[in-house]
Design a protein around this ligand. Sequence first.
Ligand code: APR
Ligand code: PHB
Length: 385
Amino acid sequence: MRHQVVIIGAGPAGLMLGRLLEIAGVDAVILEQRSPEYVLGRIRAGVLEQGSVDLLRRVGAGGRMDSEGHLHAGASFEFDGDALRIDFAELVGRQVMVYGQTEVTRDLMALRCAPTIYGAEDVALHDFGGAAPYVTYRKDGVEQRIDCDFIAGCDGFHGVSRASVPAGAITEFQRVYPFGWLGVLVDQPPAADELVYAHHARGFALCSQRSPSRSRYYVQVGADEKLADWSDDRFWDELRARLSPKVAAAVQTGAAIEKSIAPLRSFVAEPLRFGRLFLAGDAAHIVPPTGAKGLNLAMSDVEMLGDALIEALVERSDAGIDAYSARVLRRIWKAERFSWWMTNLLHVFPDGGDFGRRIQRAEFDYLAGSRAAQQSLAENYTGAF
Ligand code: APR
Ligand code: PHB
């Protein structure tokens, strides 16, 4: 088989890249190891920057988002119960769209006409350092080979693409945080109209939402915490203990329809091009979810990669693919900085000590008293960087 581009991974990054190439008439196949049901079964975040909203509309995947998503003009930040609303619209004239990543994935899957091979096992990348790369995989027990011009590694943090790069050719930058997020999805109305990020001596908490009748909540837990130790009741008690009385009273509890613990890390690989292999999305970087940047970075990565591959395959110019790695890493590190800053402000660090907590308090007080600092937060949160 031959295709111009082989995309590995049918998460939001791979599907959006596939959509951009499909619209441009570039023939690209997607190889996904899991089933469509499995891919749609993963619960992920749901805050879209203006750039992601514009991109989804541009590729024709904005319909359900615009009818079911919710535009938020701001978000609230609490520190030991003291609340501060950051008015994105007033400060920087921008908003965010609250619409689940699972729904974005579903919309892109529904739009796709070009081939996606689900259940592709043992995907392996070959000769991407040369002029004739190819990918092999097994489907229903039969070995398959696809010859191509380019390979796009959109297969997430644990995928085969980055793992296929020779160790000497890649540098990895990482910070693993000494805590995780315990998340609960519940069919109850949200506690507030906008997101509430809370720092409390007992740890971080977040009140988010999926729809007027479905909410998503998170609390910071130790890195070695076990899900079995967290009954729904314990979760609700802990969440409320970390919120201001007004928000705590507004939390409507219920049985968790999904409950999971996610580790927190910051990770960036450099470079993001290896001959005819390009990395994008979680295959290239991980951000802690505090800044809601994961999905948005994946979207901006593939928007840049899509333009570069189309330029190379349609206009026969390599300028875009030659510039891809440096260009995309500039945005990635800015998003990493903001996500790291939000994580440092809002979480309790086991070894932070009293001095560390005083500094966090001073950071919050500075934010509360400085329009410039609030504008910076609003710019970064809405993706204007
Ligand atoms: N072969 C084929 N497919 C693979 C392989 C492999 N060896 N390894 C992983 N995959 C698939 C996974 O099953 C998954 O469907 O690649 C896909 C990667 O999707 P995501 O992990 O969702 O990554 P990405 O598309 O980059 O989206 C990033 O996801 O985790 C969130 O916060 C993150 O929002 C960000 C978004
Ligand atoms: C979510 O809705 O799941 C969510 C929102 C904002 C974040 C992280 C997760 O920063």
